[in-house]
Design a protein around this ligand. Structure first.
Ligand SMILES: NC(=O)C1=CN([C@@H]2O[C@H](COP(=O)(O)OP(=O)(O)OC[C@H]3O[C@@H](n4cnc5c(N)ncnc54)[C@H](O)[C@@H]3O)[C@@H](O)[C@H]2O)[C@@H](O)CC1
Ligand SMILES: [K+]
Length: 495
């Protein structure tokens, strides 16, 4: 089994770095390996003898740049190196690395990026401490304006390692070489869009050290949850594969529930039932075959249906309407202690009422699937949940607050669990931004939970499978296609 990919924050990386040094690997050795990885990548991007311009900063990121510059010069490249600030201010390993550089050092403002075949951006890495200004900002702007290929060392300078935000200005790299593990900025937007292709170089920090310092943040990929995917055995009965219930909206708002229901069935829920308001029974009946149908008149109706313990997973929200009735249905579902996915109207109906959700979901597996706007409305008046700059931190706090797994949607969907685990998804496709796509996602997650997949893994797998299906279809994708693509994705995952 492949181990899940760890993502380390800049401060976790710094601690791991210190642990590695304490374990007997000298810091300069780590820097040499980092610089060598950069040089090797540069060699793939620039033809022999090409002109390489290295922009080095005042910290260790600059140190990596000095090492790479020295190696590339030894290998016959025409290397020019510019430094931000005086060379005398370089300290520690970076100062040692600079001593190994036999070429000249030009002030950063005199570097001519237009003459380069390749630019190596070693201005700032994980130590960026404030917005770029002055010469640093000018250098970044000139690099970008040159339109020359840029290789970023560790991360594109100006990108915040924790949040992926642009701090004043940021390099737009074609390639990024990072060390030991990816950082959040390589996966979170807009940082991800600034990185180009990201390569992770092993600089010899042992995985147990990385696990001890990180270990709670992951890239969302099958390695994180594939082992939890249900594999029905020869004797499996449909009732053992769970029964998902999806609440439908009124007569003119029934499609969302059917999309969710179909997705739940495709992902393997043994049975799926749409719970329909009486006035919408006819419309729903006309469109359902393998999916069953039950009349359900509001919260009381839901309460009655849930007396049947076989309904073990529930989707509430899509097209239910924003009103007290929807809130009451959520309350019924919470009291029934079934696996629960809450989306759209079920979330918006609690606008400004976040306190009602405090600890509300700690008794049964629950997944909340807001997009940014829904998240903001839901937690209105809770600056502790809304203000953190990091999307991961906002989602983590919301999970801790509500007791639910929180899936905060976007091009960089983040999934967090109340116990602090978090995953960042990166296989999304813009074609997923289509009507009904979110309803399908709810169905996938509920369908997995109906089969006993824990909430965090179900949410992570649901997001990934949903995105993979969208990616396989590409242009012209509509929500109806998504569920039909799930079997192909599942087949490959279960191989
Ligand atoms: N495993 C690791 O942690 C390793 C890290 N290495 C490198 O070390 C880097 C981190 O080094 P540092 O902590 O020295 O940090 P950086 O080199 O990223 O930058 C810190 C320096 O930049 C200055 N600075 C910060 N923000 C500024 C701004 N907006 N304008 C002007 N100056 C600013 C600081 O005063 C400090 O001098 C990593 O990104 C990586 O490239 C590698 O050398 C090897 C191993
Ligand atoms: K950099």
């Amino acid at each position: 089994m492949t181990a899940p990919e760890l993502v380390l924050t800049p401060s976790e990386m710094k601690q791991a770095d210190r642990d590695a040094i304490a374990s007997g690997i000298p810091g300069i050795k780590l820097m040499r390996r980092a610089g060598r990885a950069v040089a090797e990548c540069a060699e793939k991007l620039a033809s022999p003898g090409a002109a390489i311009v290295v922009a080095a900063g005042p910290g260790q990121n600059g140190g990596d740049g000095f090492i790479a510059a020295s190696l590339l010069a030894e290998r016959g490249y025409r290397v020019t190196l510019g430094l931000l600030g005086p060379a005398e201010r370089l300290m520690g390993d970076a100062a040692e690395a600079a001593q190994g550089w036999k070429g000249g050092i030009v002030p950063i403002e005199d570097l001519r990026f237009d003459d380069a075949d390749l630019i190596v951006d070693a201005l700032f890495g994980t130590g960026l401490a404030r917005d770029l200004g002055g010469e640093a900002r000018l250098a970044v702007e000139r690099m970008n304006a040159s339109a020359k290929p840029i290789l970023a060392v560790d991360l594109p300078s100006g990108i915040d390692g924790d949040t992926g935000a642009v701090r004043g200005a940021a390099v737009r790299a074609d390639r990024t070489v990072t060390f030991a593990a990816r950082k959040p900025c390589h996966l979170l937007m807009p940082g991800r869009a600034h990185c180009g292709a990201v390569e992770v170089a092993d600089i010899g920090i042992p995985r147990p050290i990385l696990e001890a310092r990180g270990g709670t943040l992951f890239a969302n990929a099958p390695a994180l949850w594939r082992h939890r995917l249900p594999r029905p055995g020869l004797t499996s009965h449909k009732y053992e594969r769970g029964h998902t219930l999806v609440a439908s909206g009124g007569a003119t708002r029934t499609g969302a529930a059917r999309l969710a229901a179909r997705a739940a069935l495709r992902i393997g829920s043994g049975l799926v039932t749409v719970a329909s308001p009486p006035e919408a029974i006819g419309v729903n009946a006309a469109h359902l075959t393998a999916i069953m149908l039950r009349g359900c008149d509001g919260p009381e109706g839901l309460h009655t249906i849930l007396q049947d313990q076989r309904f073990n997973a529930l989707v509430l929200g899509p097209a239910l309407g924003v009103h007290a009735g929807t809130r009451a249905m959520v309350t019924v579902a919470v009291h029934a202690r079934r696996s629960l996915v809450l989306d759209a109207d079920a979330l918006t109906s609690f606008e400004g009422l976040a306190s009602e959700l405090h600890g509300a979901f700690s008794h049964a597996p629950t997944v909340l699937t807001p997009h940014g706007g829904e998240f903001t409305r839901l937690f209105k008046g809770r600056p502790d949940l809304l203000d953190p700059e990091s999307k991961i931190e906002r989602a983590r706090r919301a999970a801790a607050y509500t007791g639910a797994v929180v899936l905060l949607k976007g091009a960089d969907t983040v999934i967090t669990a109340p116990d602090g685990r978090a995953a960042i998804n990166e296989n999304g496709t813009p074609y997923l931004a289509t009507a009904g796509s979110g309803d399908t996602l709810c169905g996938l997650i509920a369908g997995l939970m109906a089969q006993g997949v824990p909430a965090f893994e179900a949410a992570c797998a649901g997001v990934w499978i949903h995105a993979e299906a969208g990616e396989r279809f590409g242009p012209g994708l509509i929500a109806e296609d998504l569920a039909e693509l799930v079997p192909g994705v599942l087949r490959d995952l279960l191989r």
